[in-house]
Each structure stands twice: as C-alpha cells, then as structure tokens.
Design a protein around this ligand. Structure first.
Ligand code: SF4
Length: 461
C-alpha cells in the first residue's frame, strides 16, 4: 500500500509533488518523502508521518529543481522504520539516482540473501532496495538499461518512478498489479498512482501506463518501450473494491461506478428484508448506494465518520465500550432506533471491527442488524503490496460463514460471490488478480520461494 508520483519539467516540481502526495494520502500514512533534482544533484526530504506532518513551507523551499518524485508509504515488506522511508536516493557509479516503489517483490528476500552473500551491504529492510543493488551491478552503461536488467530479475508487483539528472523513468510490472497513469501539466509530464492526483493539480489525463512498459521522460519528450515478455494480466481487483479513491479511474474504469455495480450485484445475490441501507463509511458508501438503488430500500448515513482522528489517541482510564471504533464512527440514533438495518461494508478481514460496528448499531437501538459485504470472503494474505493480515488472522479462512456471523453478532451475513464481483467489474478471472479470495497466485511461487518470504512475513508480525 503506497502511492507514488513523478513530475518532469515543472518549475515548481516539489510543490506539485507535495500536492500530489496529499491526493494519494489514503494509500499510505506511515511516511512521506520527496526527492528533487537540481544542477545534477538530488535533494531529499522525507520522514515518518503524514504529508502535512513531514512537509512545511520551509522544507518545500529546500527542494529546488524542475523534476521530482514522491512517495507515501504503508509498509508491507520491511518494517515501519525511518530507514525504509522512500523515495530512496543514493549515488552509484553512474551518478545519483532516486527511486520510489509501490508493490511487493515476492523474490526480494532470496535475491537479497544472494547479494549479501556476495558482500552487498543493505541499509534498509525494504524489498525496494534490491532493485537499486541489482541496477548498480548491471554490466550496461546506461541507467535505464541497468534498471531494466534489475527489474528482469525481480518477480511480483511494481509500479515505480526513478529519477536521474535529466530523466524521469516510470515502470510497471509485466502483470500490471498496481496502477500508474500518465498526465500532462502544461509542458510538464506527471505520472501518478491514481488519476485523482491530476484533478487536484490541474493536469490532463493522457493514458494509463501499460503493464510491462517503461517510460522515460526527458527534454526530448516521452519515450516508451516494453522490454518485458508479456505474461497474463493481474491488476489488483482490491483496488476497485476498497483501496483506490472512488474519484479515481483505475485500470481504465471509474472506481465509483464499479463500487455501485458491486452493491447492485450484492442485492441481487444477498437481499435483506430491512427498512434501511446503511454504509460503513467511507468505502462502503458507493456499494451501499448501489444496493439501495437496486433494492428500492431507503439509503441513510446511519454511521458518521470522524475524519480528523489522528494516528494515536489517549484512551480514558475509565473504559468506554468500543472506544477505538467509536472515536472513528458514531451511530446516528435517530436513523437507527427501532429499524431493521443492513450494513454494507467493502470487506471483512479479521472480523473484529465489524463486530464492534454491529454492537454500536445495536446500542443505538437498531431492531435488526444484517451485514452484507461487497466482495467474497478474504481467505489469503496479499503478496503483492496490500497489507492484509496473515492467514491465521483472517476470519473467513478459519471459520465457516455461520461461525463468522456468530462472531460478528449480525442477524445475517452475506458476501458477494467471486463470479458476481467479476461480473460487476466487467472482468474475467484470468484478467485480474483475485488471490486474496481464491489463493490462486498469478505469480507462481515454488515452495522454496515461500520459505524466502521471511522479510514479508516478519514485517506483518
Ligand atoms: Fe489485490 Fe488481493 Fe491480488 Fe493482493 S492478492 S494484489 S489485494 S487482488
């Protein structure tokens, strides 16, 4: 879970990158960073925390140059520590280079072990650093060829931006797990994880990067090539279900439109005899709208979200029931009391939050609380860059539907089917990644490779 941006050829590149990271803040709140390039040198400012905590006017003024890359991070591989804050910036024998990465490289641990055995010294625990080590060792003169050489050795998910003096480079893995779009801001080029960035900075959407594509931006314009062999496509279906912003267009499709269709399909498959449809905000809102529209049942914002909760808060010593959830979500008693409600959520992971939300609704006086979920049961962790827990923590991987309903405390529980999710998205199963619902990995991992996922597993514990 990360967001990346690159800007080439703009006089206020750092400010544009900063604004872009604001638009991508939902993709990671652990750390934020920007690297700019001026007079052949890279300047980096980065730190732990959200964009507003890391960057001030003074910090941005310390970032000169007309090209920049930026990153917001939510750790998947590599612990949450300042050494792992991206973009990485370093100097190798071809000169300075900076790199920001979204995705997870499934063979990073085994590549790292080999490199360390040969004497490489790593400064981070991030999978991304392996790309830089491999690029530095590549026996080719040009840095773009070196990156291609490095990426050819990596497996898994990457959408990335790299910067060297005079050039910005963007790449998307051959299966296309994570999104990356190209835009134009006046004469400048912009690449970003999601199109909501272009709306904020006033850029025009040009096109999505193709899977397996490398794009190089320099004073001569934009140059594209596809150095990687074409494999099957595996864009992450979870981007449309939960992760991407609803005002973005991801993989060529409007996220809000998919979410509404998921809700309509959910009603067709898992109807509920209730008085009112209530979304679990924010990501349940669009599927709930679709569910209400298809069913004709009134839609009510029966849970209100506090958007201003920070990362930490002090709990009162005298315990308040469900304080952790209550500080983020408050039920509107006037809308729920005495009514049979169906809660619409985008996913159920551990089940603990759903259980608390159902309790909140009952305490607010709801006569019945039914839960409908706009994707299938999550039964496996994600190896490609979304921070889902380990299998033993996933409720649907360890309990039957009835046991899950009982744990959550809902009057009934229904998930959207895999077929229904794909139908609503207009996709075939071989066109997207659905591994967290099917355990069928689009990147075949031999058993030994699973053993090598040490970094990944450790990061999740
Ligand atoms: Fe997305 Fe799930 Fe595949 Fe991960 S496993 S890339 S979350 S669909």
């Amino acid at each position: 879970m990360c967001g990346i941006v690159g800007i080439f050829g703009h006089p206020e590149a750092s400010t544009v990158a900063y604004l872009s990271l604001y638009a991508l803040q939902h993709r990671g709140q652990e750390s934020a960073g920007i690297v700019t390039c001026a007079a052949g040198e890279l300047v980096r400012r980065a730190g732990m925390g959200q964009v507003a905590e890391v960057f001030s006017k003074d910090v941005l003024e310390d970032l000169p140059g007309n090209s920049a890359i930026g990153h917001v991070r939510y750790s998947t591989a590599g612990e949450s520590a300042s050494c792992n804050v991206q973009p990485f910036a370093l100097r190798h024998h071809r000169g300075p280079i900076a790199l920001a990465h979204n995705g997870n490289l499934v063979n990073a641990a085994s590549v790292r072990t080999e490199l360390e055995a040969e004497g490489a010294i790593f400064q981070t625990t991030s999978d991304t650093e392996t790309i830089l080590h491999l690029a530095a060792r590549a026996r080719v003169p040009d840095v773009v060829d070196a990156l291609v050489d490095a990426l050819r050795q990596m497996r898994g998910a990457y959408s990335l931006v790299a910067m060297v003096p005079g050039r910005l480079i963007a790449a998307r893995d051959p299966l296309g797990f994570r999104p990356l779009s190209i835009g134009r801001l006046g004469a400048a080029w912009v690449v970003a994880s999601e199109t909501c960035v272009f709306d904020l900075i006033g850029a025009t959407f040009v096109r999505d990067m193709e899977r397996g594509e490398i794009v190089v931006m320099d004073v001569g314009g934009l140059h594209s090539f596809k150095p990687f062999e074409s494999e099957r496509a595996a864009p992450c279906q979870f981007e449309h279900v939960y992760f991407a912003r609803p005002d973005s267009t991801v993989f060529g499709v409007s996220v809000q439109s998919v979410r509404k269709k998921l809700g309509e399909q959910l009603w067709a498959e898992q109807p509920a005899d209730v008085d009112v449809v209530v979304p679990v905000p924010d990501s349940g809102s669009f599927p709930a709208y679709g569910f209400a529209r298809a069913s004709g049942i009134p839609f009510e914002m029966g849970l209100v979200r506090n958007h201003y909760v920070g990362r930490t808060f002090i709990e009162p010593s005298q315990q308040i029931r469900n304080f952790g959830v209550r500080i983020k979500l408050n039920p509107v008693k006037e809308l729920l009391a005495g009514r049979r409600i169906v809660l619409i959520d985008d996913s159920v992971v551990r089940g603990t939050t759903s259980r608390k939300i159902v309790q909140l609704c009952r305490e607010a006086g709801a006569a019945e609380v039914h839960l409908r979920v706009s994707c299938p049961p999550t039964i496996g962790p994600c190896y490609y860059g979304i921070d889902t827990p380990l299998r033993e923590e996933l409720i649907a991987a360890n309990r039957t539907l009835e046991e899950t309903r009982e744990f959550i405390g809902a009057d009934s529980l229904g998930y959207l089917s895999l077929e229904g999710m794909l139908q609503a998205s207009g996709k075939r199963i071989d066109e997207v990644c659905t591994a967290c619902w099917t355990n069928e990995q689009p990147v075949a991992l031999p058993p030994a490779e699973y053993q090598q996922l040490g970094l990944f597993e450790k990061a999740k514990r």
